[in-house]
Design a protein around this ligand. Structure first.
Ligand code: ZEM
Length: 289
């Protein structure tokens, strides 16, 4: 029961796309405005993070965020910036699928910001309508009102995709880059002082800074003594929970280890639910093994 049937999907023209050239074109877009790189990373994450292991639905296959209702989900507010910025690249390389382009852009963005190389391969299809959109609510909220509720929520969401605690912490380390935007999420500010450099700085800030609840009439969030950098309740939760904190400490102390674990987890994220890769794996396993 593929959520994207062959009839409804556009099959990527394999071999006809020069992915190195596509990478170069994405780099050029980032060079015009490097704030777009974190947005590309978030686009890749939100297109992939809708995956549900049990039903094998959602995920980057299909690039369903082009369509309503998914593009209008509150969690995806602001991601039009990344989608729009990549439109000229799609025009230049019409044979690449949006699903491949968005995930590749995530990988290129990480690399351009100084992060690890993430393994990437093509093969994702584009759905042709919003019928395949995953339901709303599959991406994490930044706050569930209580400490324990927020910790549980993070696990519920990421375990549903098939991740463990270590992978969760590694993935959220991506908040070293980018900003929260009042007009998109209600939150306001960057997590680090180098928001276009991919590093382990989220973890170092979490442990080394003093975080207090911001006094303002926006949503509950934390700020450092200067008020210039912020943490979401879910970010703080990584230090409150003993299991999560173990990995926060490990990554704060060892950027190489963070890079290695992030690269693995991010590749896994971008390949969740991709039919072509699932078929390939099935063939390799054989019927009776
Ligand atoms: Zn984020 N994220 N995220 N994230 N995220 C925001 C921005 C960015 C959560 C979340 O609520 C938010 C992961 C996990 C989680 C990025 C990457 C990744 C924003 C701000 C919010 C509210 C949006 C805005 O206002 O524009 C929560 C609750 C998460 C898990 C518990 C994972 C995993 C990511 C990648 C692997 C990035 C790069 C941004 C910055 C986007 C930008 O435009 O600068």
């Amino acid at each position: 029961t593929s959520p994207i049937s062959c009839k409804e999907a556009e099959t990527p023209a394999k071999g006809s796309v020069n992915y190195d050239k596509v990478r170069e074109a994405i780099v050029k877009v980032i060079e015009v405005d490097d704030n777009i790189a974190p947005a590309m990373l978030r686009l890749a994450w939100h297109s992939s993070g809708s995956y549900d292991k049990k039903t094998n639905t959602g995920g980057s296959d299909g690039a369903t965020m082009r369509f309503s209702p998914e593009k209008d989900y509150a969690a995806n507010a602001g991601l039009f910036r990344a989608r729009d910025a990549l439109e000229p690249v799609k025009k230049q390389f019409p044979e690449i699928t949006y699903a491949d382009l968005w995930t590749l852009a995530g990988v290129v963005a990480v690399e351009e910001m100084g992060g690890p190389k993430v393994a990437w391969r093509p093969g994702r299809r584009d759905a042709v309508s919003g019928q395949e959109c995953p339901p709303d609510g599959r991406l994490p909220d930044a706050d569930k009102g209580t400490l324990s509720g927020t910790v549980q929520h993070i696990r519920d969401i990421f375990y549903r995709m098939g991740f463990n605690d270590q992978e969760i912490v590694a993935l959220v380390g991506a908040h070293a880059v980018g900003h929260t935007h009042k007009q998109f999420s209600g939150y306001d500010g960057p997590w680090t002082r180098a928001p276009t450099t991919f590093s382990n700085e989220l973890f170092r800030e979490l442990l080394e800074n003093k975080w207090t609840l911001r006094k303002w009439n926006g949503p509950d969030m934390f700020e450092d003594p200067t008020g210039e950098i912020i943490m979401l309740p879910t970010d703080m939760a990584l230090t409150w929970d003993k299991e999560f904190r173990k990995y926060v400490e490990a990554y704060a102390a060892d950027q190489d280890r963070f890079f290695e674990d992030f690269a693995k987890a991010f590749q896994k994220l971008e390949e969740l639910g991709v039919r072509a890769f699932q078929e390939e794996a099935k063939k390799k396993r054989g019927w009776f093994s």
